[in-house]
Design a protein around this ligand. Structure first.
Ligand SMILES: NC(=O)c1ccc[n+]([C@@H]2O[C@H](COP(=O)([O-])OP(=O)(O)OC[C@H]3O[C@@H](n4cnc5c(N)ncnc54)[C@H](OP(=O)(O)O)[C@@H]3O)[C@@H](O)[C@H]2O)c1
Length: 278
């Protein structure tokens, strides 16, 4: 079944339910976000594992195409594409006992678990792909890094925003590390609104102001993709003005040094999880 949707208000794209039956092993935050986003543009059968019980029940109640399986093996048995969405700490104990079929496609969202390990633990499943979707997929606005390139997975994540296909697992690590900045984005907003409140501003007005300012700034880059972030940083400050004052105070040569170092730390952690210590 094919239908047309408007994507991010910019262009019209064709979408289809070509993944067959989609099963989720691990029904938590990111599984729910994907299922919500998929409902915007399709109605393929979706089977979820019974944990987390509340999230699974909520999804099944909201979406007619979502059913809850008796256990993880029942998810695998019923699915064409099996999405692995449990936490890394329990991945091995959850995956080892499961039996996959040769014709199945395994899509792992689990951070730090390598493609090599996934092939071993899900054999004889023929196709394995890694992806790192983000919560905005629930609104069809997620950029999703995918490794290795795969047409079905690309089509899936293009429905949920934009798929970015990568041919190298080390590059995939870098994209995964970059996703670790999401919470700090909101902490940036919180620092500004808390400072406004400390200076006597009403909290609701500060929140409304910051939310709208960030939405406007966030759409500036997709609207002008030819401009680099460095160019935008330059354009948004007047020489000798107040933006330049804050920019100079919190960056060094236009880079936030603590953030730069924190990303190095995340990348090292992700690579150590794959047994790489360079
Ligand atoms: N959140 C994100 O933005 C994001 C983005 C990209 C990738 N990921 C990756 O996606 C995975 C899930 O992350 P998440 O944020 O969605 O975590 P989460 O909300 O904790 O979801 C994990 C789910 O797994 C369930 N679970 C626990 N034991 C299980 C078992 N034996 N069998 C089946 N399910 C079981 C948990 O149920 P209970 O609540 O009952 O324990 C929970 O609902 C992680 O590997 C993470 O690295 C997350």
């Amino acid at each position: 079944m094919y239908c047309k949707i408007l994507k991010n208000n910019y262009s019209e794209v064709q979408v289809g339910s070509s993944v067959g039956t989609l099963g989720f092993v691990g029904t938590g935050t990111i599984a729910a976000a994907m299922i919500e986003g998929l409902a915007l543009s399709g109605s393929e059968p979706i089977i979820v594992s019974p944990r987390n019980a509340d999230i699974a029940a909520d999804l099944a109640a909201r979406f007619a195409n979502v059913t809850i399986a008796a256990d993880n093996q029942a998810v695998v048995d019923a699915s064409d594409m099996v999405v692995l969405s449990v936490r890394p700490q329990i991945a091995d104990e959850v995956l080892r006992p499961l039996n996959f079929r040769p014709d199945q496609h395994v899509l792992s969202l689990i951070a730090t678990i390598s493609l090599e390990y996934l092939h071993e633990v899900t054999a004889p499943a023929a196709t394995v792909t890694r992806a790192v979707p983000l919560p905005p997929v629930a609104r069809g606005q997620g950029p999703t890094a995918v490794f290795p390139p795969n047409a079905r997975v690309k089509a899936l994540y293009d429905r949920l925003g934009v798929a970015i296909e990568l041919g190298d697992e080390s590059e995939f690590d870098v994209f995964s590390a970059a996703t670790a900045t999401m919470s700090s984005y909101f902490a940036f907003a919180r620092t500004v609104t808390a400072w406004m409140e400390a200076n006597g501003v009403d909290a609701a007005k500060a929140h409304a102001f910051m939310a709208q300012m960030l939405e406007g700034l966030g759409s500036a880059s997709p609207a002008a993709p030819e401009r680099s972030f460095a160019q935008l940083a330059d354009e948004y400050q007047t020489r000798g003005g107040i933006n330049e004052q804050v920019f100079r105070a919190i960056t060094r040569d236009g880079v936030l040094p603590d953030l730069d170092a924190a990303l190095d730390g995340v990348l090292a952690r992700l690579r150590a999880g794959r047994g790489i210590t360079d």
